[in-house]
Design a protein around this ligand. Sequence first.
Ligand code: SF4
Length: 403
Amino acid sequence: MDDAKLDAMRRSFNIIETRKKKLLKDENERISKLQERVKKIREYSIGNLEELIETAKNRFLENGMEVIFAENSQVALDEIYKLIKDEPIIAKSKSNNVNEIGLSAFLGSKGIEIVETDLGDRIVQMDPESYGPSHPIGPAAHLDMEKIAQIASKKFGVEVQPEPKSILDIFKADIIERLTNCNVGITGANSVAAEDGALVMVHNEGNISLVSMKDTHIVVVGIDKLVRTVEDAVSVVKLETIFATGKKIPAYMNVITSPSKTADIEQVLLKDMYGAKRVIVILLDNGRSDALKQSKECLLCIGCGSCIVSCPVYNVTGSDFGYRGYLGGRGIVLSNFITDNKICFDSGLFKCTLCGLCTLECPVNIKTNEMIEKLREMSVQSGVCPDEHHGTSEKIKKQGSPF
Ligand code: SF4
């Protein structure tokens, strides 16, 4: 990432950080209690994941949704393709799980267009050179207004002024127009309540509401997002919002438990009122079961991105330190399981300074540095480590000194 992008990203991070620190100070007791509650919720989830998966599958079916369990990305992609292969255009909202499986590139290769509906994601999508996403909630945090105006001017063929409202208006008009041609919407979910068969999604723009109202709503969600109840899921997303944005609550919190229905005529249940006719949940494992055995703490993550805001390495490298939307040290740990050891290495396994600032900033205190050390050991044992390390280890073995 170049200096201009890093500067823009750090400016954006400073704003989030200042707001978050003030909120944590003003509402210390309430937020500390919420943190403790969420830690317990997440620990229970990770400790009982198999049971929660089975419960969720049954509840989704009872609620009238469809469920697909995808062991890996390819299964998820194939299943999605089967569902949408006749559609020329698909609406999508921000989702690390969808990005993880590489859906945009896959559907692009099949001639199906994906419309990102989150403004930041759409900006990043329109400029392949723009890197990103650079923050889980602010994907275009690394782009300043001048740059975004340039991207818009190039893409829309008109002179767009570097002014927020002009930029918003032109992107919004284009997204709305494309949305009218979409029959399928694809989203992730921030948290999933297994016992209630409920999907909880948070957003500020209202775009998830629009996407989830399409005839077919496909939800791709990692099994690590499962918790027991809606109350638990709401606690998780509240904490995520606080640590991601420095705000108390998001503008929208959607809870989806079934396709659209009504029983207003003599209690006769009819489907297909205003919302989706079909809701299909793709529960994505993709290495998470392995992570559960080897590095289960990384599955406690609630995806707030607080760790990258303070990370000294992320602040000088940006999204190069991470894998797809999984940014920073914790993202690198997860990449070892959702991809492989080599991609984990390329994502920056040996760039981490092990300073531990991420743990201090993490609302659930994930010890990323300890997981990184363990993965480095495994990586070296399998022969994947920086070239310089070979020379150093040889010197230590021969001379008892790295020098
Ligand atoms: S590791 Fe912690 S701070 Fe980082 S994204 Fe996950 S929950 Fe947030």
